[in-house]
Design a protein. Sequence first.
Lengths: 65, 818
Amino acid sequence: MDDKEPMPPNNLSVPDQIFQKFFEDLKIVGVSPDVIAQLQIAISEKENPSDLTIKAALFAQNNSL
Amino acid sequence: MIQVRKIIIEEFRGIRKLEIDFKGKNFAICGRNGTGKSGIVDALEFALTGNISRLSGEGMGSVSLKEHAPHVDSRNNPDKAKVILTVWIPSISKEVKITRTVKDYNNPTISPETAETISVLVNVSNHPEFALSRRELIKYVISTPGDRAKEVQALLRFDKVENVRTVLQKVSNAAKKEITPLKQEKDEIQKQLLLAFGVSDLKQATIIPAINIKREILGLEPILEMSSTTSLKDGLTTSTVDQSTIPKIQAIADIKSLKATIEEIKATDIIEKRKTISRLLVELNENSQTLTDMSRASFLKQAILFIDGESCPVCETPWSVTDLKELINKKLSKFDAITKKRLAIEEGIGPLAAMLSRLQSEILIIESHGNLLKPKLETDSLKAFRNLLISKITQLQNLIPISDTLDILTNYESIPAEVLTKINDIENEIKKIPEPSTKDAAKEYLTISQERLESFRGVSLRHQQAVDRSDLASKVFETYAKTSTDFLNGIYKEVETEFSELYRFINQDDESSFSAQLIPSIGKLGFDVDFYGRGFFPPGAYHSEGHQDGMGLCLYLALMKYLAGDQFTFAVLDDVLMSVDTGHRREVCKLLKEKFPNTQFILTTHDEVWLKHMKAFGLIQSKSSMHFRNWDVDNGPNEWSDIDIWNEIESNLKNNDVRAAASLLRHYLEFISAELCQNLRARVEFRGDGQFDLGDLMTSATSQFNKLLMEAEKSALSWGKKEAAAEITERRNAFSELITKTNINQWQTNVAIHYNAWANLEATDFRPVVEAFHELINAFHCNESNCNTIISVLPERGGRKLIKCACSTVNLNLELKK
C-alpha cells in the first residue's frame, strides 16, 4: 500500500461548493447583497444553523423593505 | 484516512484481553455468532470515535456506553475497559497510538499528539462510516427515498446541505404562515376604515372627494393626493375630537355594520361550509386511531418547537439537536396522510374563524361606544361574549378535541339574547344623542377616519413586510433547492456510474449489462436498478437478497470512493456479505483486491467457507486472519491457533488433566479435519445437517492427501522428473507412517484409540497420541514458518491441476503429460 496520501483535488468541501454556488445564484435572482452577506455568515460559520439564525439573517433588513 | 496496525483490547464488551496484529493489511475475523467478532468491530469504532453505534442506535433504550461497554465483570471499573489502537497515517507518514478508556471515553491519549495527528483523527472520529454492518449496508438499498437521501448524504458528509435545506424550507413555510392572520386583520380594519370614510373602496379617486367634502365644510384646503403620510386632519386647530363624546354618525354606521355581520354569519353559503367541515370532522372523530395519530402529530410538532438544548425537552435525556429533530421528523412522517386531511380541514375552517374574529372586533367597537354613553351603559355581556368568541376562534384553530370544534360549528351563529339586546340598547341610546352640527360631524369624520387610517397603515405595513419576508424566504429556498439539487445531480451521476461499474464487476456472469439510476429530488434520493433488461425497478423488487447485499456493498464503495478518493484507506466490513452466493464471492474478493488496492479491509464473517474463499482468492494472506472457536464469559473469544492449541493441550497434560486435553484435541481435530477436507477437495459422505463425524472427516482427509501425493508422483514421472517423484514418494511414505502412528485407519474398529476413550488414559499414555496427531496435522501444512498454510488443491472446482501452499514452496503438478 502507498505510504504517501495525495491531497484532495479541491480544497472546498462539496457542501461548501454548493453554498458558494448558492450565494452566486442568489445574486442572479436579485436577492440584496446585504441579505446574501448575512446568509453567508449564518451558513458558513455555523455547523448546523438553526431556524432562528437563518431567520435573523434573512430578515435583518426587513424593516426597510 | 488511516490504516490499522495493531489493537489491544482489555475488559471491553465480551473480551477480557485480546491483541491483534493487523500489520496494516487486509484482515479477516471468522467465528460463529456469539464468538466475539463484533467486540473487535466495537473496539475499533470505540478507539477511533469514542462511540459504539451498536449501543446507541434505535431501540437500545437504557443501554449506555459508559455502563455497558466494559466487560460484564468490570462494569463497575470502566477505567479498566480500554482499547489501545496503533494506526498508520499515510498522509503524514506517522504511526500514532490511541489509548481510550470507557471511563474517560471523550479524552483519548494520543501519542504523538500533534496538530497534524489530531486533525486526521478528529476527521475519522467525526465520520465513523469506515465501519459498515449489514444493517447499515441494506439501508442504502431498500430504504425509502427520503431515508436514503439522509443516509447517503450523511455518508458523503453532505448532512449540512440537507440540514440547511430543511431549515430554509421551514423558515419559508413559517414566513408564509404569518401572512394569513395579518391579511385577516387588515381586512377587518379596512372594513372599519371604509365605514369611517363612507365609501365602498379605497381608491384615491373615491376617498379624496369624500374627505374633501368634509374639509370644505371646515374651511380646510382640499387634499390633492394621498400618500403614506397624508393627514386627513391637516389644518384642524383641534387635532382630535373630544374622546368622551360619541361620534354619533360613525357609531350608527358601526352598529349597522355589526348587524350586517351578524346576518352574514347566518347566510346559506356559511351554513354549507360548516356542514362540509362538520362532515369531515365527524369522519375523523369516528376513528379513534386517527384521533390518536392527530394528537400525536400535534404533540410531535410542538416537541420540535421546544428543542433548544442538547437534551430532550421532556425527559432531559442527552441528545444532539440534529439527531433529536431528525428522529421526531421521522416519526412525524408516519402521519403524512392524517396531516393532509388536517390541512384540508384547516383550510375550510380558516374563513369561518376569520368571520368570528371580525364579529369580535366589531363588537369591541360597539362596546367602546357603549362605555362613552352618559350615563354609562354596562357592557359586561358584550365583553363576556367577546371572550367566548376568542376562545371559539382558538378552538377552531387548534381543531382538537374534535368534539369541541364540532360543538362550535353546530352553534356557530348562536348569539346570546342579552348580547343582541345590549347592542339594540346601545343603538337606541346613541340615537337619542342630539345630531352633531355639520361642522362637528365633519370634524368627527376626519378624526375617526384618520385614526382608522393609521391603524390600517400600520397593519398594511406589517402585512406587506410579512409578504416581503415570505417572498424573500421562498425565493431563497427555491434557489437553494435548485442549486443543491443540480449540484448533487452531478455528483450522483458520478456515483451512479461507479456503482454500476462495480456491480457489473461482481456480476459479470449474469448482469454484464447492468445499470442503475440514482434520482435526486428535493430531500429525496430515488434508486432504481436494471433487472435483466426488463426495466428499472427498486432494488428490493426483483433482485435476490444476495444481489441486494452486493448492491449495498457496491454503492457504499462507490460513495466512499467519491468521498475520500485515494484517501479511502480503511474500512471495516462487519458480516456485510452473508447473503452473497458462493458463485459471486470470488468476484467480490477480486473487486476489493483489484479495485481498492490501497484500502485496508477488516472483514468479519460467521461463515468459515467465506473465510476460505477470502484466503483462496488472495484477498487476505494466510496469517491475516483469526478464527474464533468459541466464547465464554470468563475468558472471552477463544481462537483456533495451531501453536496455542498444542501448547494448551500440553499444559493440560502437565496438570494431569487428560480429560481437558482430550476434549480440546477432539474439538480441534473436528475443526481442522473439516479445513483439510475443504482444501483437499476430499469426498465425505454427505450429511444434510452438516454434522460430520471426526472419523469420517479425518479418514477422508488422509486418504485424499495420500491419493493426491500419488497423483503428483505419477505426474512427475510422466514429465520425466524422477528426482521430484522420489521426493514425493519420500513424503508419501513419511505421511503413511504418521497415519500408522495415529491408528486412524483403525478408527472405526478399534475402540481403544477412539477419542471417547482418550479421557480414560493416563497423561503418559495420551501424550504420544497428541504428538502423533500434531505431526500428522503438520504434514498437511507447508513447513515454511512464514507460510505454514494448508496444502490445497487448485482449482477449487473442475479438474484438479495442482496442490500447493500459499507461498508455493509446495507446488506439485497433478496433470499427466499427454
